[in-house]
Design a protein around this ligand. Structure first.
Ligand code: BTN
Length: 243
């Protein structure tokens, strides 16, 4: 079922509060959000003209920590195939074009009566102008219209993402993340680069080797030691910009 709203505080919040009424695979779309949420407690700029949607997956029994990576793969397929954009993934699940962010993904889960429900929130910048990003102090953001001068049909894009996500989830449940990891890594912009890993209290300059089997970022320190980083504990930046 597709639920289309002119205005919501947040499509993720709507899905969470209405979860009893929703079914697996349902798609919540809003034309505008008043309280769009980003990762790590940030806000998500949500004026009219961009895509804001949440996909609902109920009663999940698989390892839900992979959902952000699966969602990044699904959305990158769609943006490449339908919008013809050369998408890269910035770990864990930002989608970037020309080193700027075009899409953010916020996966949340709730447990009700011992059942785990996952909500995948997706925000894609379609029509925001460079001037709007500048006045919102978002120097590392871009949009489809900035990149191409074009616009696109938002609900068509959202439905294509829902379909792609179904296919990726089917592969994931049959074969596990190992079947999806090569594609994810082939798109990962951080691989082979020296990056800054930003923890709450410290920053480390490391060489990025890829991702581990569990989706954590695989890093190597200058002394050669290898360690992994979980997306809940740190974010990553390039040394001279966003990627
Ligand atoms: C991020 O990169 O920080 C994640 C941004 C996720 C934004 C989307 S917009 C639709 C859905 N509803 C929300 O409130 N957030 C997500």
């Amino acid at each position: 079922m597709i639920l289309h709203f002119p205005l919501l505080d947040s499509t993720n919040n709507y899905a969470k509060t209405q979860i009893d009424q929703l079914h697996s695979g349902d798609l919540i779309l809003a034309e505008q959000q008043t309280g769009g949420k980003g990762r790590l407690g940030r806000n998500w700029l949500s004026p009219k003209g961009n895509l804001y949607c949440s996909l609902v997956y109920k009663n999940q029994t698989c390892d839900i920590s992979f959902f952000p990576l699966l969602c990044a793969v699904a959305v990158s397929h769609v943006l490449e195939n339908i919008l013809n954009l050369p998408i890269k993934i910035k770990w864990p699940n930002d989608l970037v074009v020309e080193q700027k962010k075009i899409c953010g993904i916020l996966c949340e889960s709730i447990i009700l009566s011992s059942q785990i429900h996952v909500i995948c929130g997706i925000g894609i910048n379609i029509n925001t102008t460079a001037a709007d990003f500048a006045s919102a102090e978002l120097p590392y953001a871009t949009s489809y219209s900035i990149l191409t001068g074009k616009t696109c049909e938002l609900s068509f894009l959202a439905e294509a993402i829902a379909e792609e996500m179904e296919q990726i989830l089917a592969v994931f449940s049959q074969k596990g993340f190992a079947a999806i990891k090569p594609f994810y890594e082939s798109k990962l912009v951080n691989v082979g680069k020296t990056v800054k890993v930003i923890f709450q209290r410290e920053e480390l300059i490391v060489h990025c080797l890829g991702i581990a089997e569990n989706g954590n970022l695989l890093c190597q320190k200058e002394d050669g030691s290898i360690f992994t980083v979980n997306s809940s504990e740190a974010s990553v930046r390039g040394l001279y910009g966003y990627t």
